[in-house]
Ligand binder design. Structure first.
Ligand code: HEC
Length: 451
């Protein structure tokens, strides 16, 4: 409301964030997991005095430094750009709430990058003991970045006591903080193993390759053994209304009404299952037959799981950015006007400036659509109005929007997925007029077909 809206045709702004975020998460989780991998594998090499493991780690660290410092840092900055363009209200809340935590996050991030470079450039230049110390430092710094950002990420779904106390520590150590931290660590170890499988599969000497491939495969074990238990713990902590949406989705999937949330959940489970079977029968039982191509395929599967799981986490939060506090369209729950028919365009700074008194109704409707709906819908494209409006005409739309304006959950069936509409009666008419122009053609076609 207080900022201009960035309209991204077809894709929608949330997918701009989503695509960058999924790639970033895949890389950053690998970066953290790899810290532990280097620390433990180098200790193994140190204890055994095994030159081959050292040579492998040196090779692997080049790949690692390149991926994390270039792709990881670029996508990380990319998220900031995308988020501040697409959801300025959301990111403003997060920055205001957790200024201190962000500052610490950046300290550890700089320390992490510095040790990564030091680690890579000091192979065979400093004593082995010191080099091992660098690996351990990198592990500590990189896990610290997770320990901090995990507070902010989980806050958005389960702000917990913060909602009443507004004390940032309550928001940080929120109900899903611990289970999420453990799951993410386990996933990081698994990803570190999967990336290392790629480099291990290229080792020339067969006996050592077998050894390394099997060693890397073991890094996937913890997530599959402990993951389900912690996953269950996580689910017990998320908002009841969200659980309800998942279960109705699962129950109704039998009759073909497959909710998108249930679909994301199934997909994530199926892909994880594929990886565990694949890992067990592939690199673990049959390390000799494990080739570079299979390792790459494996990595693609990992990316797909990361993608669907993060997508599901985002869906869980709808219709909020910060659950129970800030709606996806930037409206704060405590800013909802007391009267149901209060004007929207008189509220926000930017929105008010954009709405000139002599604006034609359809243009006014379009403005309302931008501010209140476009954070989740596009005109044509992802979750498009063209299809979702169906055959509703202007009159039907007025009825629909009146329903959307209701705050009472028992009256407004959409209250679990969409924020309540804020609009005066006049604004509601304008929005219906605008929406009716979107599906005009479809309606005309439907009428001519029925004749
Ligand atoms: C927080 C995100 C969000 C916002 C903001 C939002 N919607 Fe939705 N809307 C959804 C979701 C999710 C669905 C379900 C989509 C599906 O079933 O694929 C939906 C469904 C719909 C449907 C189809 C409903 C049906 O049962 O036929 C219409 C029409 C619609 N939205 C219009 C709007 C309008 C108009 C606005 C703005 C006033 C708006 N939405 C704002 C998330 C949102």
């Amino acid at each position: 409301m207080n900022y201009p809206v960035w309209v991204v045709p077809y894709l929608g702004g949330s997918w701009v964030i989503g695509i960058i975020a999924i790639i970033h998460i895949f890389i950053s989780h690998f970066a953290v997991g790899c810290g532990a991998f280097f620390a433990l594998a180098e200790e193994l090499a140190y204890r055994r005095g095994d030159e081959r493991i050292y040579a492998f780690l040196k090779q692997h660290s080049r790949f690692f430094v390149l991926v994390t410092t270039v792709a990881g840092a670029v996508t990380g900055v990319g998220i900031w750009f995308a988020v501040s363009l697409v959801g300025p209200d959301g990111i403003a809340s997060l920055i205001q709430c957790f200024s201190l935590a962000w500052a610490e996050e950046y300290l550890f991030f700089v320390a992490e990058l510095a040790t990564a470079f030091a680690y890579y450039y000091t192979w065979n230049k400093i004593s082995r003991q010191k080099h091992l110390l660098l690996a351990r430092l990198y592990m500590i710094f990189s896990i610290a970045t997770l320990v901090i950002i995990n507070g902010m990420l989980t806050f958005m779904l389960t702000p917990g006591k913060w909602l009443t106390s507004h004390n940032w520590v309550d928001g940080f150590f929120n109900p899903t903080y611990c289970p999420s931290l453990i799951i993410r660590l386990l996933i990081m170890f698994a990803l570190a193993g999967m990336y290392a499988l790629v480099t291990s599969s290229r080792i020339a000497e067969p006996k050592f390759r077998t050894f390394m491939v099997r060693y890397c495969a073991k890094w996937l074990l913890p997530v599959f053994v402990i993951g389900p238990v912690v996953g269950f713990w996580y689910l017990t902590q998320i908002p009841q209304a969200t659980m309800h949406t998942i279960f109705t989705g699962i129950q109704s999937s039998g009759v073909g009404n497959f909710s998108i949330l249930a679909r994301a959940l199934y997909l994530s489970l199926i892909l994880s299952g594929t990886i565990i079977l694949f890992n067990f029968f592939g690199p673990y039982l049959n390390p000799r037959g494990f080739t570079f191509r299979i390792a790459l395929l494996f990595l693609v599967c990992g990316l797909a799981v990361t993608g669907t799981t993060e997508w599901m986490r985002e869906l869980l939060r709808k219709p909020y950015i910060v659950y129970g506090y800030l709606y996806s369209n930037g409206m704060h729950t405590d800013e909802l006007p007391a009267k149901v028919d209060a004007s929207f365009l008189k509220k926000g700074r930017w929105a008010t400036a954009m709405a000139t008194p002599d604006m034609p109704p359809v243009a006014k409707g379009e403005l309302l659509f931008r501010y209140e709906c476009m954070s989740c819908h596009t005109v044509r494209g992802y979750r498009s109005m063209k299809t979702l409006l169906g055959p509703r005409d202007e009159d039907a739309l007025v009825g629909f929007l009146q329903l959307l304006r209701m705050r009472d959950r028992s009256v407004n069936p959409y209250s679990g997925i969409m924020p309540p509409l804020v609009a005066s009666d006049d604004e509601l008419q304008c929005l219906s007029k605008y929406l009716a122009t979107i599906n005009q053609k479809e309606r005309a076609q439907a009428i001519s077909m029925s004749h």
